[in-house]
Design a protein around this ligand. Structure first.
Ligand SMILES: [Zn+2]
Length: 218
C-alpha cells in the first residue's frame, strides 16, 4: 500500500483551499490539521501550550513559532495516517522546524500543494462575498449577484458582508500572504516538494487539477 499522504496546503485567501482540503480529506481519509482549530482546542482545554499561546494572544502579541510548532507537532502525532496541514507553516522558520520534527519521526511531507490565483481574482472572490442574513444563501457581487442589489433572490432577506471581508482587510491579507509565501514556495521548491495548481476555475475543475498534481503519490 502507498505511503499515506502528508500534505501542506498553501494559497491566498479566496483560492478555495479549505474546500479542496475537505475533498482531499474525504477522498484519502486524511486528518485535517488547521492551526486555528488547534489553537482553540489547546486554549479551551488549558494545555501548557494553550496557556502559553493565550498569554501572547491576550497581550496582543504574535504567538512565537516554537509554541505554534509544538501544538502542530502534537496534532501530527495524534494523526497516525496521512494528514493535511492548512494554515501552517506561515514562514520559512516554521517550515524548517516542521521538516526537522517530521524527519525525526520518519514521516516526511509527501508534497506542498500551492494554489495559485491572480490577486485581483482573489480580491473579488473574498471582498465580493455576501450572505443572506435570513436564509444564509451565499452570493458574490462580482460573479453571482442577486437579481436586486442587497436583496436575497430566495427569501427577500437582506444580504450582508462579513466585517473581516471588506476590501481593505482583504488587500492587507493578500499582502501578508504574498510577502510570507514567496519564500515558502522557494523553500518547498528547493526540496522538490512543491506542486502548483491553478486555482482559477470551478471547484470541480480545481479538484481535477489537484488530483492530477498528486496522481503519482496516492
Ligand atoms: Zn435569503
Amino acid at each position: 500500500m502507498a505511503d499515506p499522504l502528508r500534505l501542506v496546503l498553501l494559497g491566498p485567501p479566496g483560492a478555495g483551499k479549505g474546500t479542496q482540503a475537505r475533498r482531499l480529506v474525504e477522498r484519502f481519509g486524511l486528518d485535517p490539521i488547521s492551526t486555528g482549530d488547534i489553537f482553540r482546542r489547546n486554549i479551551q482545554e488549558g494545555t501548557d501550550l494553550g496557556r502559553m499561546a493565550k498569554s501572547f494572544i491576550d497581550a496582543g502579541e504574535l504567538v512565537p513559532d516554537e509554541v505554534t510548532v509544538g501544538m502542530v507537532v502534537e496534532a501530527v502525532d495524534a494523526a497516525p495516517g496521512g494528514f493535511i496541514l492548512d494554515g501552517f507553516p506561515r514562514n520559512v522558520p516554521q517550515a524548517e522546524a516542521l521538516e526537522r520534527e517530521l524527519a525525526a519521526r520518519g514521516r516526511p511531507l509527501s508534497a506542498a500543494l500551492a494554489f495559485l490565483l491572480d490577486e485581483e481574482v482573489a480580491m473579488k472572490r473574498v471582498a465580493g462575498r455576501r450572505t443572506c442574513q435570513r436564509c444564509q444563501t451565499p452570493y458574490n457581487v462580482f460573479f453571482d449577484p442577486p437579481r436586486v442589489e442587497g436583496v436575497c433572490d430566495r427569501c427577500g432577506g437582506p444580504i450582508v458582508q462579513r466585517t473581516d471581508e471588506g476590501e481593505e482587510t482583504v488587500r492587507r491579507r493578500l499582502e501578508v500572504y504574498r510577502e510570507s509565501t514567496a519564500p515558502l514556495l522557494k523553500f518547498y521548491s528547493d526540496q522538490g516538494l512543491l506542486r502548483e495548481v491553478d486555482a482559477d476555475g470551478t471547484e470541480d475543475e480545481v479538484a481535477g487539477r489537484v488530483a492530477a498534481a498528486l496522481a503519482d503519490l496516492g
